[in-house]
Design a protein around this ligand. Sequence first.
Ligand code: MN
Length: 256
Amino acid sequence: MIFVTNDDGIDAPGLKALAEVLETLDEVYVVAPDRERSAVGMAITLHQPLRAKKVRPRAYAVDGTPVDCVDLALGTLLPEPPKLLVSGINRGQNLGVDIHFSGTVGAAKKGTLLEIPSIAVSLALEGAAKRPDFHYKTAATIACRIAKQVVEKGLPKQILLNVNVPNCQLSEVKGIKITRQDMGTYSANAITRLDRGGRPYYWIGGDRAQVDFGGDTDLHAIHNRRVSVTPVQLDFTDHTLITPLKAWLADENMQL
Ligand code: MN
């Protein structure tokens, strides 16, 4: 059985396209937020109860976050542990540092923590693939091929795949690239407005400021109309800095 979730909500067209195509591989269960919960990362709901509503056979809408959905699915709603979790298809890219904020990737991270092979799939709307229409079918077709590989070959522990697909026809996709995460940053951006009482309120959300744009990055692949597949690890430790930092302990300031 394959478990499908997302952060755009149970009614999102990307979720429908993904679930439909994965049915060709195996039985699909859907547990997804009852409304859009984009950019909530790995947030969980601890201070109020959660409700799950059965909306179709093998499909539940939950009034919580994507990670809540994974917890509920694995903890009670699914009849057995899935052999694969696929999160998406997100409306919009999850490239570079986006993965820290993404609810789509957040759900795949949670699946990985629970030792389920997990894939996050996003339809990239920036770069060369910027279009007014949404090619979820392209992303679904590619997601299905990658899902098949993951089921057959498995993934190492603590590793998920972050897949981004350019928003175009399948015939216009220029291939699949295995990439690394672009480490460009966003600008801090806050728009200030005044409410009717004259009090300020704000909208946040920056633009990509610098882009590292090595030829091997996820962003580069998408800007060249290629599918980007990044192996993402949950271990945030910088192993190269362990030894140099140990040398700091010799400093007299660090003596206890
Ligand atoms: Mn989303």
